[in-house]
Structures are given as C-alpha cells and as structure tokens.
Design a protein around this ligand. Structure first.
Ligand SMILES: CC(C)(COP(=O)(O)OP(=O)(O)OC[C@H]1O[C@@H](n2cnc3c(N)ncnc32)[C@H](O)[C@@H]1OP(=O)(O)O)[C@@H](O)C(=O)NCCC(=O)NCCSC(=O)C[C@H](O)C(=O)O
Ligand SMILES: [Mg+2]
Length: 271
C-alpha cells in the first residue's frame, strides 16, 4: 500500500508484547512501534529489542514504522542504526523543527522518514521539512503542539486549526502524505467520529490512533464509501471532456482525475 492510501495508523508501545500481538489481528493500515513517549526511560532498551523481534515476524500486509527518540537523547543513535537493519517501512521522527533532522535520520537509517510536527517552530518550518531530503510524510503531534502553543487540555481543536491547515498545505506543496494527530479520549466514539470527519475535511489522508477500538472508525471516515465510489464511476463513464453538466453540477477534466484517484484509493484499501 502507498503511504498516502493509509487510513488508520496505530501507535503502540514497542515494549508491550500483548499490543504487538493484538495489532496483527486488526484492520489497521499501519502499525507504528513507539520507542519515544509511550515507553519509560528504563524500558527503552527492552522496547528496541522487542521492536526488532516484532519486525522480524512482520505485520502481514500492514505498513510498519518505528518512532525513534530525538537527537540529543541517549537512545537516538543506537535506535537509528538498529532500525536500519529491520524490515520497517518507515521511521517516524518526533518533534521535528528543521529539515536537517530528517535528512540526518534518513542518511543513517536508509528508510523514508515521517516527520512529526509538534511545536510552533515545527509548524513554521513545515514547508521546508516536507520538501527536504528523505521526508515521505508528516504527522500532526497535537498533544505536544497544544502544550507548546499554550492551549489548555480542555479546549477543542479550534486553536490548532491554523497549524493543521499549514501542515496540510506544506505536505501537499511537497507532494507527500499527511496524517491527523491522535484522539486521546478512549471511550468517546462519537467524539472520534467527529474528529475523523474534521480531519478528512481538512485534507488529511488518514489518522494516527492509539487504541484498537479506533481503527474501524478511522477506516470508515477516510476510506471512500460505496456511494462515493459509485458516484465516481458514473462520473467517469459520463464525462466526454471539457466543461459539462453531470447530475445537476458542472464537471471538468479535474473532476475525472479526482474520481479516478478516489477509485484507486478504494482499490488500495480493498473496498
Ligand atoms: C492508552 C492505553 C494505555 C490504554 O491501555 P489499556 O486501558 O490497557 O487498553 P485496553 O485494556 O482497552 O486494551 C484492550 C486490548 O487492546 C490491546 N491494546 C491496547 N492498546 C493497543 C494499541 N495501541 N495497539 C494494539 N493493541 C492495543 C490491549 O493489549 C488489550 O489486548 P489484550 O491484552 O489481548 O486483552 C493503550 O491503548 C496504549 O498504550 N495505547 C498506545 C499509546 C501510544 O503508543 N502512545 C504513543 C503515540 S501517541 C502520540 O504520538 C502523541 C503525539 O506525540 C502528540 O504529541 O500528540
Ligand atoms: Mg508528541
């Protein structure tokens, strides 16, 4: 699967063997083994060994990634060298604020990097980060970003909206994938549905997740539904080129291209 077609990208602590086993049973499009904030300092070495073992066994047809710790931590160097030797499809780099951070990880790991934008500086540098060497995609890190911006934990996403749109713009200008941040409220399915719909409407390709119960909701929100696929097929069938009327609306060549992309996405996710 192409990165841009991923709808559900599930984080789990690489130190959690039960979560690793569970991930292999879930319909998520990507599994992200976390070595950073989900893993306590005294469990980092164990988590790295566990990630290597898990990647050796693989995750079926799902994309795989490892989130490493940032430069300046005691774990960054050994994690880069170790991840290089695994079958991980991507390296996720947290707290990116400069394209050189991505380039350095890419040059050591020799794997495409997904950069997390989690600070005001990161948002302002997002166009350069997205266009830089080795960068395959961007993740919103909305927990850290909210903290950096001084937005209270109880607030809705209105204060993050400008930043999220800036990150989507940066990714699109560079032609790379971009994914919404995680939703922390584990028992609020209605809230997750609303946030997925919001992320979809903002242009994100999919959503990063933290719990198995969130996977199906994200897949439904970001996968084209049967109605959208049927509409796209009718549009392609009807189009003759140039501006014309189709079912009460104006369509042009770009609408045909958009319909083809939607069908390609539906096929990629098995719908
Ligand atoms: C959030 C959790 C700590 C909740 O854990 P818990 O209450 O124990 O979960 P459940 O009892 O409901 O679990 C039920 C079963 O599902 C498995 N499970 C749980 N979470 C996952 C998962 N993420 N992936 C796969 N499987 C999972 C459990 O093992 C149970 O199965 P079983 O044992 O067989 O019964 C926990 O969900 C969790 O740790 N989530 C991931 C946390 C994480 O990775 N965080 C880092 C990413 S968040 C981020 O990036 C923020 C960003 O940086 C920012 O700034 O915004
Ligand atoms: Mg973070």
């Amino acid at each position: 699967m192409q990165l841009r077609h991923a709808r559900s990208l599930l984080f789990l602590p690489a130190s959690n063997a039960r979560a690793i086993a569970k991930a292999r049973t879930l319909p998520c499009d990507m599994v992200i083994l976390d070595l950073e904030d989900a893993v306590a300092d005294d469990a980092k070495d164990m988590a790295l060994a566990s990630a290597v073992e898990a990647l050796g066994e693989g995750f079926g047809g799902r994309l795989s990634a490892v989130r490493i710790n940032v430069e300046g931590t005691p774990w960054h160097g050994v994690e880069m060298i170790t991840v290089k030797t695994t079958g991980a499809d991507y390296v996720v780099l947290p707290k990116v604020e400069h394209p050189k951070q991505v380039k350095d990880v890419f040059s050591v790991c020799q794997k495409p990097v997904i950069a997390m934008i989690e600070s005001a500086r990161g948002v302002l540098a997002a166009p350069a980060i997205a266009a830089g060497e080795g960068c395959a995609g961007l993740f919103m890190g909305n927990n850290d970003l909210r903290k950096d911006l001084g937005i209270p934990p109880s607030a809705d996403r209105a204060g993050l909206s400008f930043a999220m749109q800036a990150v989507v713009l940066a990714a699109r200008a560079a032609g790379i994938a971009v994914f919404d941040g995680v939703f922390n409220r584990l028992d609020d399915e209605a809230g997750l549905e609303l946030e997925c719909a919001q992320g979809h409407a903002l242009g994100f390709d999919g959503k990063t997740l933290i719990h198995p119960a969130q996977v199906t909701v994200a897949n439904q929100a970001f996968g084209p539904d049967a109605q959208a696929v049927a509409d796209a097929r009718r549009l392609i069938e009807a189009a003759t080129g140039g501006a014309e009327r189709f079912e009460g609306r104006m369509i042009e060549t770009m609408h045909v291209e958009e319909a083809r992309a939607l069908i390609a996405r539906a096929q990629a996710v098995g719908q």
